[in-house]
Design a protein around this ligand. Structure first.
Ligand code: FAD
Length: 141
């Protein structure tokens, strides 16, 4: 059996150690793309740490704090959404008597009819809040 949980470390670093991606936070697969979070964590770590590492300077605690701070809000937001979806939708489906048909909540119906509107939550759930981009100058030069 695959054990599924949603959680995150309050502090994901010590001097000399930085935990990112699944090591720092785990989430449900439902309604989200965790592998994107993993990649985004790696991107943020590269953006923040590579200038220091390229100079051969030891990474400071404040750099590690910066990595955690940049990932904290997007991760907690997705986890909050997942917890709400879990309670509002999935828990109900699982608790429904077998012969009852699950109906889509009324509030979701306009969303399902408008493909442009539907793209918004899909994008949010796929890429999260403020997806980071590799800052090529910091990372490669
Ligand atoms: C069954 C399953 C299905 C999933 N399906 C999806 C999906 O469809 N879509 C999606 O977006 N996400 C999916 N996920 C989640 C996704 O795979 C993870 O969120 C993502 O891979 C996390 O990346 P990561 O780099 O943190 O960890 P990982 O991808 O787990 O990478 C960690 C790496 O570290 C290596 N490692 C561990 N210990 C050591 C050690 N001591 N020394 C050296 N190397 C070590 C491991 O071998 C591994 O290669 C799924 C996860 C599971 C378990």
């Amino acid at each position: 059996m695959l054990w599924v949980e949603v959680s995150h470390l309050k502090c994901s670093y010590r001097l000399g150690l930085l935990l990112i991606c699944d090591a720092a936070h785990i989430m449900f697969l439902t309604g989200h793309v965790p592998i994107n979070d993993a990649l985004q964590g790696a991107v943020v770590a590269a953006n923040v740490l590579s200038p220091t590492l390229k100079l051969g300077i030891p990474v400071r605690e404040r750099d590690l704090t910066k990595v955690q701070r940049q990932r904290e809000l997007p991760i907690r937001f997705i986890q909050w959404m997942q917890a709400r979806a879990q309670n509002a939708v999935f828990a109900q489906i699982l608790n429904e008597p077998r012969n009852r048909v699950f109906t889509v909540p009324q509030v979701a119906l306009p969303l399902l009819r408008a493909s442009r509107l539907l793209a918004l939550p899909a994008r949010l759930l796929s890429f999260g809040l403020c997806p980071p981009h590799v800052q090529a100058r910091r990372v490669y030069q």
